[in-house]
Write a protein that binds this ligand. Structure first.
Ligand SMILES: NC(=O)C1=CN([C@@H]2O[C@H](COP(=O)(O)OP(=O)(O)OC[C@H]3O[C@@H](n4cnc5c(N)ncnc54)[C@H](OP(=O)(O)O)[C@@H]3O)[C@@H](O)[C@H]2O)C=CC1
Ligand SMILES: CC(=O)N[C@@H](CCC(=O)OP(=O)(O)O)C(=O)O
Length: 331
């Protein structure tokens, strides 16, 4: 690693949960520098110090700038990359704008996760207006797609539930039958973002499934796994973290040793920890970039249960974006 490398990153949507988290991560990196923090032109938070919104980040001295045309020009002139912590339709346009100006783009939204443009009207409610940029996009599941992330300037950082699910399921791919893996996942409320919404207000949050048989992460997981799945997300009454508990049928004749060997793909990973017969808790991973997997296999029935725990704002968003940034720039 060269000591001379210093890459400047502009963070757009920096007042939101993932943007603020990513700001703190980038600020702590010796080879990365925050070019600037941006919110929408009309934002109620423009001009404010980030630390006034998040006192936990009182050591960060950045202010939130409105994303004006002048600000965009400054980003193009000064930054090596933009991180877009913005909603899908906002990222759709900003990603194409900055990509075409020559910057690397790390988009935390879902706007560039499907290669197939036909998926967007159904799952995101818009026609994809930039198919030529989409064609360059790589799905930034860092443990699996590092070479591709290094080779392109357009990185679609995966969704939080897909990260938890795919990290657990991808090693098993060769052993799956046609039976759909069943994924039941619970997310903390930060998964829904910072803006006020009735269903995420304190007195409304309990523990309940939502998006049943219709959540946009179902096709995202299926596309990246190469197999259909049943995915049921739940909103839980905690702030951060995801626990995905997955039941999957493996091919007849699969042994416990086969499963252990498949998961040994993560043996050298500093991020993914795998335990047989010991199941993770969200508290073990919140505020960390880690994914903890725990599994148990019943050889008689051929059913495997694997649980995957991540912090939705970290491995599910900001720290995975940071992994991609570091892979891409070789720092
Ligand atoms: N929360 C999570 O766990 C995860 C979220 N994601 C995805 O990451 C993205 C960000 O999520 P999250 O941080 O939760 O969202 P938040 O709602 O917390 O933050 C959104 C941010 O975008 C800013 N923003 C809104 N409109 C614009 C605009 N036109 N130009 C510039 N900035 C704008 C907002 O500020 P203002 O409105 O004041 O301008 C705010 O800073 C989303 O696409 C989300 O789907 C992905 C994985 C996990
Ligand atoms: C609890 C909660 O509401 N979670 C969000 C998922 C957040 C996420 O991963 O974001 P992407 O939109 O970028 O895919 C949801 O279900 O929509």
């Amino acid at each position: 690693m060269s000591q001379e490398i210093m890459k400047k990153i502009a963070i757009i949507g920096a007042s939101g949960y993932t943007g603020a988290q990513l700001t703190a991560l980038i600020d702590a990196e010796p080879h990365l520098q925050v070019q600037g923090l941006y919110v929408s032109e009309g934002s109620a938070d423009k001009g404010k110090p980030l630390s006034s919104l998040y006192p936990v980040y009182s050591h960060l001295k950045y202010c939130l700038s409105p994303l004006t045309d002048e600000a965009k020009d400054a980003i193009v002139a000064e930054a090596d990359a933009v991180a877009l912590a913005t909603e899908h339709s906002v990222s759709l346009e900003l990603a194409a704008y900055f990509y075409e100006k020559g910057l690397a783009v790390f988009d935390l939204s879902g706007a560039y996760r499907f290669a197939d443009t036909a998926q967007y009207p159904k799952w995101y409610g818009f026609e994809h207006s930039h198919p030529e940029v989409l064609a360059k996009a790589v799905y930034g599941l860092a443990e699996w797609n590092a070479d591709a992330v290094a080779a392109t300037r357009m990185i679609a950082v995966p969704g939080c539930y897909p990260t938890a699910s795919l990290t657990a399921l991808k090693p098993l791919k060769a052993m799956l039958t046609e039976a759909r893996p069943v994924i039941n996942a619970v997310s903390g409320v930060t998964g829904a973002g910072r803006k006020a919404q009735l269903h995420t207000s304190f007195c409304e949050v309990s523990l309940t499934p939502y998006g049943v048989l219709g959540h946009r992460h179902q096709p995202e997981i299926a596309t990246q796994l190469g197999q259909e799945v049943i995915f049921t997300p739940h909103l839980g009454n905690f702030k951060r973290g995801i626990l995905a508990t997955i039941t999957v049928q493996l091919k007849p004749g699969t042994s416990r040793e086969d499963v252990a060997k498949a998961y040994s793909v993560y043996d050298q990973s500093p991020i993914v920890t795998v335990k047989e017969g010991q199941f993770p808790k969200v508290d073990d991973v919140v505020f960390t970039p880690n994914c903890h997997l725990g599994w148990k296999f019943d050889e008689d029935s051929g059913y495997l249960v694997v649980a995957s725990a991540i912090d939705n704002l970290m491995k599910g968003a900001a720290s995975q974006a940071l992994q991609c940034i570091k892979i891409h720039f070789g720092v």
